[in-house]
Design a protein around this ligand. Sequence first.
Ligand code: GLN
Ligand code: ZN
Length: 646
Amino acid sequence: MFYHYLVPELGPDTVFTADAAKPVAELREALALGHTARPVLVGPVTYLLLAKPAPGVDPGFEPLTLLERLLPVYAEVLAALRAAGAEWAQLDEPALVQDHGGAVLEAAAHAYRELGSLAARPKILVAAYFDRLGEALPVLAEAPIEGLGLDFTGSAAANLDDLARVGGLPGKRLVAGVVDGRNVWIADLERSLSTLATLLGLAGRVDVAASCSLLHVPLDTALEHGVDPQVGRWLAFARQKVAEIVTLARGLAEGTGAIAGQLAANRADLASRAASALTHDPAVRARAAAVTTRDTRRPQPYGERAAAQRARLDLPPLPTTTIGSFPQTAELRAARADLRAGRIDRVTYDERIAAEIRSILVFQERAGIDVLVHGEPERNDMVQYFAERLNGYLATQHGWVQSYGTRYVRPPILAGDVSRPEPMTLRWTTYAQSQTERPVKGMLTGPVTMLAWSFVRDDQPQAETARQVALALRDEVADLEAAGAAVIQVDEPALRETLPLRAADRAAYLAWAGEAFRLATSGVRADTQIHTHMCYAEFGEILAAIDDLDADVISLEAARSHMQAARELAEAGYPREVGPGVYDIHSPRVPGVAEMASLLRKALDGIPAGRLWVNPDCGLKTRGWLETRVSLDNLVAAAREVRAEA
Ligand code: GLN
Ligand code: ZN
């Protein structure tokens, strides 16, 4: 969920070669230390399914067609691992937990028939996690391999019934992922034991395991001295999850009597969590329970709102704006570090933030931008900033998880009922508005993103948690409106990334996600304009859900895809205003006026001038001031050029 990977780019001419040196060296190192290591490789089917056509290759090219060429390479690596002393090798096939047609299932069957029939190989364990294996389960169950690793947590718990239905895995090893490898909560040991007891009858051998690799959770709760010890007992990071696995394995082998102490402690911790005031705030619960559909719909039809907003804002056609953040400079980060370390006081820090906001506003006014932002200089991160200001969230000191390569993130933990003790953004937004005549956008992070980029509680449905966050945001929106904000943006860049892997689960997710967004935003007057922002260009199956958010204006990433998102929305008859990004903020490259003007003309193909906004793809926090200045000057010039033609 926080993890990113490099997408292989393949084409019909791609040639694979085996280089077993690294896994072999790592295996030898482990063996030399006396460990029985099981090397793990990404499986061939998943590798190809997660790949995409290389640039210049026919976009219809299907990497899976390369399977025949890839398998000999796997054979070579497996042989090398066997020669180096590997008894088992694990091939991860998480891509198989998605909906696939016959071709993919046939490919999986073929791949494991081939690899299974190799003479020189370790025993093969295929692991598939994050959801239920579904129609791929019988395929792998019948393959000539020695073991299967399955996830039995969350929506993957359906694997249990499915396994029984296919007659289990007689003679095979089952690595049973009963400890959730993606959340930070202690397991319910008794429930896990009962799952394991059922599984014992379904496989030749059952091993207790985490549902997936533990790289998705932080290392050790023992390092978290800032967390209330009571709450700390509900948390399990990687070290604690390993201990749970060991306990469960012992209970399975020796009977529950052997782990009676651990079971009693686990029961007590689960009970303390269930009874805690943190997880059960009666006021929050009563308010969430009283929400009706009327609270989640703007009272006025869009046409009426659009007219009221036009009258209030009086913007030119093709109005210009930005997505929210301006460069997070080294000075800003240093000031934050100085404040934390006590080298400067709060007043000094706040003065720096105020000065930064003033200069960001002056720049935007000079550049000729129509709807301004305060620039988010006070925010370390768009989720963490709000998490620090909401009841129910915990912060960790050392809860780092790998995002990509050497990049790590430290997600907040949404542990309890969520409420807002006081306004979170009002001060800087009103300060910014006091410095300029032009409208300044209020800037909030939406409920879905507040969940997606945190560890969320597993003791209630996500829909419930999202509703609580939405209510807190609804109050913030109301405060901003009362303070005079005419435009309020609620970012939902994570809406698509948390889409369930299985299509059958998507409608329910999109329903609660959309409801949460509307609950946060629908309490405003007709003449208050709600914006949202998303960071991608292909909407596909979430198009209808995006429409259902009922935001007055949506900004999205579009520069790199030549306005793909604008095209998609236009073709679908999207009725409201759209700001397809004309400035790719992912690199320091400065887009020219002609280039942005041509993107705008392209967007005008589908979106009428009265409904088109001009903005960058995303926030500017990772950019430097040098390129930001020139790029935004060019953006305004492009907007003026195209306005003159309209
Ligand atoms: N308002 C945020 C910003 O401008 C949005 C960031 C995002 O979409 N990821 O930085
Ligand atoms: Zn974005």
